[in-house]
Design a protein around this ligand. Structure first.
Ligand code: NAP
Length: 412
């Protein structure tokens, strides 16, 4: 049987999904019965009679079995998804900001009312990470999941690196291409990859960490001096999200720009591509890559959930997700690169050791060691001060970095 679909949102993802569905002719797993959007005055690529503005017209239609929620407002999305699950509908959502805050509540509602919640499109666009973790890795004994989880910032870093664009120019391009969130601070301050990390960690480890507890630093403060430092070392800067389990079961969740060399799994990931490295007991390292943003790749991930649920009834994601609430513990000592505009501030930061430092036009550049537990206050100070911090060789999957830049010691 084909699904009768109520589509919420007709922006980048909604239109991508709609285009793919309509290109499938007789093989499409469903048809869109109604499209609900917000702005009554917007010019749209379909004629006005295709659109409605009252969610109830979809939610109260008993023939609409499948809800696709691809809107950009997390609070509105939660109300729509909650109501649809209470009505026992199948819901497919791409809204990581909403899911990262409300997944445990929604799982309870799903259990009580028999609806089904699927969200493959919410993390890393076209990479089927949740299907993989739920099915292939059901007994996988995962020790770490790490990667580039944000297509927009990877695109910005690539354009800055390859074309010499400045940060604002590269961000503008990412927005034009539909990669960036409508509120770009979610991307450039690292909140978007932190949301995805929480969801991915939930499926990899069965543990629920609040997004605010992920230590997060984005690329808003990146400057040419930082890219030049990386280049001089034969490296690039990538925004990496990582969830690592210690031998004692503690979970550490970080989102941090990181210097990666040619032998890192993430060095070759350019533009809007995402990559996820899963480390597990029997397989060791497995890398999944694919487009992490954009209308069609994300629309296809939505379609994949829809097709799976139509084919298998409600049995897709059939391992009920049992989540244990967990406070993360920051147990590693990291080697980091730090650019700090203010010598006095650099002296105060709680590094274990400063290994090298150099004074330049944009402040002091240093290589240092820091206990991960001390990252949060350092990040707050650097964020306010226009400084920048990036991890160096943070995991076994990264090569140990041998700096070939000789940094001259300068008084700090
Ligand atoms: N873009 C990507 O590459 C990507 C990738 C993965 C996940 N996502 C996620 O997918 C979702 C959609 O992203 P997008 O890029 O498609 O956003 P977008 O281009 O900004 O489009 C958002 C759509 O949501 C509609 N909308 C907002 N509030 C609504 C409400 N209360 N009721 C009905 N419709 C409402 C908007 O209506 P109007 O048209 O009337 O303004 C618009 O059509 C977000 O959660 C995003 O995080 C995006």
């Amino acid at each position: 049987m084909k699904a009768k679909i109520g589509l919420f949102g007709f922006g980048a993802v909604g239109q991508g999904f709609y285009e793919i569905l309509n290109s499938m002719n007789g093989t499409a797993p469903g048809h869109v019965a109604r499209i609900c959007v917000r702005d009554r005055y917007k010019t749209r690529p379909l004629s006005p009679e295709n659109f409605i503005f009252e969610p109830a017209e979809i939610l109260n239609d008993p023939e609409i079995t499948h809800i696709i929620e691809v809107i950009d407002r997390p609070e509105d999305a939660f109300i729509i998804v909650k109501k649809a699950l209470e009505l026992g509908k199948t819901v497919i959502s791409a809204n990581k900001a909403m899911l990262a805050r409300r997944l445990p509540d929604l799982l309870k509602i799903q259990q009580q009312h028999g609806g089904k919640l699927l969200y493959e499109a919410s993390a890393c666009g076209s990479i089927p990470i949740f299907q993989n973790l739920e099915h292939y890795y059901a007994h996988g004994e995962i020790s770490a999941v790490e990667g580039v989880f944000n297509g927009s910032t990877n695109y910005i870093l690539t354009r800055m690196d390859m074309d010499g664009l400045d940060f604002d120019e590269a961000l503008g391009l990412a927005q034009q291409l539909g990669f960036a969130e409508s509120d770009p601070s979610l991307d450039i301050d690292g909140h978007d990859p932190a949301s995805k990390l929480v969801l991915i960690a939930a499926h990899a480890f069965g543990q629920w960490v609040e997004p605010a507890q992920v230590v997060t630093f984005g690329i808003r403060n990146i400057r040419r001096a930082d890219l030049e430092f990386a280049k001089a070392n034969g490296q690039k800067i990538r925004l990496l999200a990582s969830a690592r389990k210690s031998a004692t079961g503690a979970l550490q969740l970080l989102v941090l720009p990181t210097l990666v060399g040619p032998d890192s799994s993430f060095y070759a990931l350019e533009n809007e591509y995402n990559g996820i490295l899963i480390q597990s007991k029997f397989i060791e390292n497995q890398l999944l890559t694919g487009k992490g943003a954009g209308s069609l790749p994300t629309g296809f991930a939505v379609l994949s959930d829809l097709a799976g649920s139509v084919k298998n009834g409600s049995s897709r994601n059939n391992r009920p997700l049992q989540l244990q609430r967990k406070t993360p513990h920051f147990f590693e000592t990291l080697r980091v690169y730090c650019r700090c505009p203010d010598a006095g501030l650099l002296r105060q930061l709680p590094f274990e050791k400063i290994l090298r430092k150099e004074a330049g036009e944009s402040g002091f550049q240093a290589e240092a060691e820091i206990a991960a537990v001390n990252l949060a206050p350092v990040i707050v100070a650097l964020r306010q001060n226009g400084g920048f911090l990036a991890g160096m060789a943070s995991s076994p999957a990264h090569a140990q970095i041998q700096s070939n830049v000789s940094l001259v010691s300068a008084p700090v």
